[in-house]
Structure formats: structure tokens, C-alpha cells
Design a binder for this molecule. Structure first.
Ligand SMILES: [Zn+2]
Ligand SMILES: [Zn+2]
Length: 224
């Protein structure tokens, strides 16, 4: 009995048994065709209760839906020109003129017009896939929040934690250093041993001399 593999559709998130077509959104789950679907992801949404979990689409895809009648003037859209807030299509800049209305003044226009003949507002196409229209400025560079393993050395040194530095020499020295210079513990130990040997030798000499003197004295007394 073979195990049934379960997969999650990367486009709509529906969980299903393994197949080549998503049972919910119909996208092809074959790798190369999935890349095409991924390329269609963008910052525009059509409110659709049958596919509530799908990613947004590109401007060109939305414009295509408008041109072929799959969205209408009262369809709810959101995108870069609505600051991602839901709006009826006839008020959405970039799309309304494709539905034969000026988004600004509501005048009847042709989808081929480049601007409104009534109010002169331009009809533009918004093809930047990564601009959600939330902020007119460039994205901020971001700031370091904690440490990432992808930081370079300069960024690591710039963080608020203690900068990396060469440890104090004392702390890296072994507890019993091995040095062979003058003044090292090894040298002093040898020196001490030598001194004690010399002292013992001196004491022995004094003793021998005293013994000789005593025995000479005794001999002189004996001969008298
Ligand atoms: Zn799907
Ligand atoms: Zn107008």
C-alpha cells in the first residue's frame, strides 16, 4: 500500500493529495509552470471570495482582466494607487480608464486615451511589482535588531554589544608559564638549588676544619 502524499498549493494554500493541478485554484503544480504563476504575483488584488488566499497579481494581469471584461466598474480592487485600500474599479487610477471612466472626474473616456480629455489627469500604467504604493520614498535601509549570522565584521563591531577585541595578554597566558629567560620560575628554582648546595658545602668545610683543629689539639696534649 503506497502512502498518499499531501501537498500545499503554493499559490492558494489549499491542502490536497499530490496532483499536477491545484483542485482549488487550478494552477499547474508542475515546477516550470509554477514559476510562470510566481512571475504573475504582484501588488494588485481583485476581491474574490472564491479565492481569498491567493497572492496579488501584476498590473498587466489586472489590466488584461479589465480589457476582457472580467472586472467591471463596480468590482472591488486594491493596489499601489489605492494605498492597498479597497476601492471600486472606476475610481482606481491605472485601471478606471480601461473601464472607460476617468478615475478622477468620472468622465467617459476611451481605454486608448493617455489622459482625461476633461480634467487632463494622466492615465498611467503601474508595472512595478514590488511597489505596494504604501510609501512614496525608497524603502529604508533597515537597522540591525540583534545579531545576524550574515553580518560582515564592520556591522558586528557596530552593534551595541561589546565589540570584539584581542583578549588581555594575561588572560591567555597559561597558569604555569614556561619561559627559560633569566628571572623565570625555572631559572630561580635552579638558582635556589645551587645556593643551598653551596651553603651545605660551606658548612661541611667549617666542620672539617674544626675537627682537624680539635684532633691536632688532642694530639699535642697527648705528646706532652
Ligand atoms: Zn491552488
Ligand atoms: Zn478626468
Amino acid at each position: 500500500m503506497s502512502k498518499q502524499r499531501i501537498l500545499v498549493c503554493p499559490i492558494c494554500g489549499e491542502t490536497q493529495s499530490e496532483s499536477s493541478l491545484c483542485t482549488a485554484c487550478g494552477v499547474s503544480l508542475v515546477k516550470d509552470e509554477l514559476l510562470i504563476a510566481e512571475g504573475g504575483i504582484g501588488p494588485w488584488w481583485v476581491r474574490d471570495e472564491t479565492l481569498p488566499h491567493n497572492p496579488g497579481m501584476t498590473y498587466d494581469h489586472l489590466a488584461h482582466l479589465a480589457k476582457c471584461g472580467k472586472i467591471e466598474r463596480h468590482t472591488l480592487l486594491r493596489g499601489p494607487t489605492t494605498r492597498q485600500l479597497w476601492m471600486v474599479a472606476r475610481r482606481v487610477a491605472g485601471i478606471a480608464h480601461l473601464l472607460k471612466r476617468c478615475h478622477d472626474c468620472g468622465a467617459h473616456v476611451s481605454p486608448k486615451d493617455r489622459s482625461c480629455p476633461e480634467c487632463n489627469v494622466p492615465f498611467l500604467a503601474y508595472r512595478d511589482r514590488n511597489n505596494f504604493g504604501l510609501d512614496e520614498s525608497d524603502p529604508s535601509r533597515g537597522e540591525i535588531d540583534g545579531m545576524s549570522s550574515f553580518l560582515n565584521d564592520t556591522m558586528i563591531l557596530n552593534t551595541s554589544s561589546k565589540p570584539l577585541s584581542i583578549p588581555d595578554r594575561k588572560s591567555v597566558e597559561p597558569t604555569e608559564p614556561f619561559e627559560d629567560g633569566v628571572g623565570s620560575p625555572q631559572f630561580r628554582a635552579v638558582q635556589r638549588r645551587l645556593e643551598s648546595t653551596l651553603r651545605a658545602k660551606r658548612n661541611l668545610t667549617v666542620t672539617v676544619v674544626l675537627l682537624i683543629l680539635i684532633s691536632m689539639g688532642l694530639a699535642i696534649m697527648a705528646f706532652k
